[in-house]
Design a protein around this ligand. Structure first.
Ligand code: B3K
Ligand code: ZN
Length: 872
């Protein structure tokens, strides 16, 4: 497989004016006829260039003609994934008929079947599995799509844009024609054909356009669509209010499908969603699921502007649409729920998973410079770090100027395929700022580290912060220039109040641009305690030599909610790191009372938001502790986390019981922020109570399991019981749960996940047995994720069993999936790619499995790329 470089970008030799598609959907085959009007591109360097079309090896070419004249195989050349046609006029229509077999498409890219219905996924390069085309985002065209299919089996036939015509044929088949008035790249094309039901609503945009909203699903799921519909309407209103962006078609559709590689897809006017990101019902969906639906519906809707109206020039620019859109959906979710809690969740994900990516073999910049397989770059770096980069622009420019910048960007580039440079340029133009140093965030990989010290000069009432930044080498890039790092800072006086800074503000955004830099604050009457990187103002690892007392102080007093939480995290991380060292040395584990006291304080503070309390009292995860460790001590991390949890549970038992009772309300379920907060605190309390291993709390959990009227409470109880040492009750509730929910596929996924993450011995055998269970389907990505990914990512002790069985198991799965679904196979590889972070014994076992996969032969590009980068 060859490497593709950003620096080699060239404009396409031909533009497309119009793309007409006709699909004949059948059981054994699908025939696709495309008629495409091409015009030679005056911008292209060489006028003699042939037309280069992309086409997957699975395409069976049946006919190719130019302006009605059939081409013979001497008139074109098919090599690898490309079809080259030389000697072309400046204008012509190319007709192409291909035969494909969606029913056998297990990669779930291009046109495939999910549970008997036809659907598509074309981003990034799936359209080439449908027909020969310039499958690149800078080729934008007007699409007209006709779909023909059996009327009984496929009564619903959908594509992008507006439905303009329909009819019946005499053989029981019918057809529908769709027209999309907006030019778009092929990756935004979509088609759906199936036996679907829908709910319908209406929305009027701020300028008075009437839009029909439809959400389609299988009949059995029709009762789970209302929440997504409301989220959609909220998103549409929010984007008008916050970004001045209106919807632009007369209809907006969402379709729920069960087999999907990702969360969802923003196809123009026809979003296709993984059922897990659109179906929601109190009885079957947990609180986090509701919030995910809200967030993903918003994300895909927001893409209509940030992605569709203005799209990417090439796939290196992926973060142009993804980073920006994640930023937009995070602002939306913050507005709809608790902003601080949303920030804590986003930063937790970034710090555990994105930082780990930066520290692993696949490290890459937000705008990668090269790739072998673009599907491998739908990463936390492109999405989540990309979002942080946009957030930093927002912080540096302020909300108003940022909005001017986004307006300029949308106006200037509407209908174009552009770059991240164009985005930053719009921000530079409205602010009058030079953004060249800032742009290093797009081109340099790695997580910058910032060390800070403070110095107080009492005589001159002056406080100075000394900062130093460095960014460790990554496999793709040895040295880095200093970044522009916005560090939001506040100074607390000994009573915990913010000391007014210049201009009376209590938070100032310092701009660290050099390797070493000092910032002076004048008129500081007492030695302050600094609150640094407020709201996590930059995606960096910041260190300040806080004492434990100072961290407790910040937990109690910082006016920045995020930093209060972060102080608690830092306190816990510091204590746990020491305990891990104690464990390694065989010393007795003794928990610093400071942590227990601090937690007790937080629990007793009735002023605090309940969701915040639950977040503060959640110990740093095993994944986060692993990311922070130099060498990952699996057993040490696991044992210490248990020890700390159990100690806190035993010491604060009465308090947890009171919290549980106070928050165990009998009100009917609602997914609003306050109710979610209450349940999260209650279930956190139950988790600590269960850690005491007392019978009475098992009874409490069982009671909650039986009486819950919602999935959040019943699943929380289920998980605690299954993961506890009460074996008999565990197996009873598991059976009961399955009996009750076996027909709800998404709930069954939760049932699989609970077992996959059960830390007790023998987990691998249980996972393997579940693979044979009728509830499991090895072709469905959601099932694979629930069972296999969860086992590898959330069952630390068992996956990393020193007999190597966990690694061997994962490698076996990857070898099978490599052929069946390369995207999923490649994603599944992630835990093994981190082999260098583990001590010798485990590391060698992991590496050996990577080598075994490499030697298994016939690797997909996806798996090949990750393997080859991991094994250097
Ligand atoms: N744009 C899609 C990503 C699809 C990628 C498939 N390999 C989802 C999203 O970010 O909205
Ligand atoms: Zn997206």
């Amino acid at each position: 497989p060859s490497v593709i470089y950003l620096k080699d970008y060239e404009v396409p030799a031909f533009r497309v004016e119009q793309t007409e598609l006709r699909f004949e959907l059948e059981e054994e085959q699908t025939l696709v006829r495309s008629q495409v009007r091409y015009v030679r591109n005056p911008d292209s360097a060489n006028r003699q260039h042939p037309l280069v079309l992309d086409g997957h090896e699975t395409l069976e070419l049946q006919r190719l003609s130019i302006d009605g004249e059939v081409l013979s195989d001497k008139d074109y050349r098919r090599s690898g994934e490309q079809l080259l046609i030389p000697n072309l006029p400046d204008h012509f229509t190319l007709e192409c008929i291909t035969r494909i077999e969606p029913q056998n498409n297990t990669a779930l890219e291009g046109l495939y079947k999910s549970d008997g219905m036809f659907c598509t996924q074309c981003e990034a390069e799936g359209f080439r599995r449908i027909t020969f085309y310039q499958d690149r985002p800078d080729v934008m065209a007007l699409f007209e799509t006709t779909i023909v299919a059996d009327k009984l089996r496929y009564p619903v036939l959908l594509s992008n844009g507006n439905m303009v015509d329909a009819g019946e044929e005499d053989d029981g088949r019918h057809w529908v024609k769709w027209q999309d008035p907006f030019p778009k790249p092929a990756y935004l094309f979509a088609l759906v054909g199936g036996d679907l039901q829908f709910i319908e609503d209406r929305y009027t945009t701020s300028s008075g356009r009437h839009v029909v909203l439809k959400i389609f699903a299988e009949a059995k799921d029709l009762d789970k669509l209302e929440y997504a519909m409301n989220s959609l309407k909220h998103s549409m209103r929010w984007d008008e209010q916050v970004y001045g962006r209106e919807y632009d078609l007369d209809i907006f559709m969402i379709v729920a499908v069960d087999f999907f590689n990702m969360g969802a897809m923003e196809n123009k006017g026809l979003n296709i969603f993984n059922t897990s990101c659109v179906l929601a019902h109190p009885e079957t969906t947990v609180d986090a699921g509701f919030q995910r639906v809200e967030g993903v519906v918003a994300h895909e809707y927001f893409h209509n502007w940030s992605g569709n109206r203005v799209t990417c020039r090439d796939w290196f620019q992926l973060s142009l649409k993804e980073g920006f859109t994640v930023f937009r959906d995070s602002q939306f979710s913050a507005d709809m729920n608790s902003a601080t809690v949303k920030r804590i969740e986003d930063v937790t994900l970034l710090r555990t998973a994105q930082f780990a990516e930066d520290a692993g073999p696949m490290a890459h910049p937000v705008r990668p410079a090269s790739f072998i397989e673009i599907s491998n770059f739908y990463t936390l770096t492109v999405y989540e770090k990309g979002c942080e980069v946009v957030r930093m622009l927002h912080t540096l420019l302020g909300a108003q100027t940022f909005r001017k910048g986004s307006d300029l960007y949308f106006d200037r580039h509407d209908g174009q395929a552009v770059t991240t440079d164009d985005f930053v340029q719009a921000m530079a133009d409205v602010s009058g700022r030079d953004m060249s140093r800032f742009k290093l965030w797009y081109s340099q990989s790695g997580t910058p580290q910032v060390s800070v010290t403070g110095e107080y000069d009492a005589q001159n009432q002056r406080y100075t912060l000394h900062m130093h930044q460095r960014c460790p080498a990554t496999p793709d890039m040895a040295t880095k220039q200093p970044f522009l790092i916005p560090v939001a800072v506040g100074l607390l006086d000994p009573q915990g109040a913010d000391i007014p800074l210049q201009g009376g503000e209590t938070t100032e955004v310092l701009e660290l641009i050099a390797t070493e830099q000092s910032f002076v604050f004048e008129n500081i009457p007492v030695e302050p305690i600094p609150s640094l990187l407020r709201g996590f103002s930059a995606p960096v690892k910041l260190k300040f030599p806080y004492s434990r007392e100072q961290l407790v102080f910040l937990m109690q007093h910082d006016s920045d909610g995020f930093n209060r939480w972060d102080a608690a995290q830092q306190l816990a991380v510091g204590i746990m790191s020491e305990l891990i060292a104690d464990h390694q040395q065989g010393r007795e584990l003794i928990l610093d009372q400071a942590l227990v006291d601090a937690y007790q304080q937080v629990l007793s503070d009735t002023e605090l938001d309940k969701a915040m309390v639950a977040k503060v009292l959640t110990l740093p995860s095993e994944a986060y502790l692993s990311e922070l460790a130099e060498v990952i001590d699996v057993d040490g991390i696991y044992r210490v986390r248990r020890f700390v949890r159990d100690s806190i549970a035993n010491q604060l038992e009465t308090l947890f019981l009171r919290i549980y009772q106070d928050n165990n309300s009998a009100e009917p379920y609602s997914p609003d922020a306050a109710s979610v907060a209450r349940r999260s605190l209650k279930n956190l309390a139950l988790a600590y109570l269960m850690a005491t291993e007392k019978q009475e709390y098992l009874q409490l959990a069982l009671q909650q399991y039986r009486q819950a009227d919602n999935m959040t409470d019943s699943q929380a109880a289920l998980t605690l019981i299954v993961h506890s040492g009460f074996a008999q009750q565990a197996s009873e509730v598991l059976d009961d749960f399955y009996q009750r929910w076996q027909n709800e596929s998404l709930v069954v996924n939760q049932w699989l996940a609970v077992q996959a993450s059960d830390p007790k011995e023998g987990a691998l055998a249980r996972v393997q047995a579940l693979q044979q269970h009728p509830a499991y389907d090895g072709a469905n990505p959601n099932k694979i994720r629930s069972l296999i990914s969860i086992f590898c990512a959330q069952n630390m002790l068992n996956f990393h069993n020193t007999d190597g069985s966990g690694y061997r198991f994962l490698a076996d799965q990857i070898i099978v999936l490599n052929k069946q679904n390369p995207q999923i196979a490649s994603r599944l590889l992630t835990p093994l790619t981190r082999w260098k972070r583990y001590p010798q014994e485990r590391s060698a076992l992991m590496k050996a499995e990577l080598e075994r996969i490499r030697n298994s032969g016939d690797l997909s590009r996806d798996v090949f790329e990750v393997l080859s980068k991991s094994l250097v």
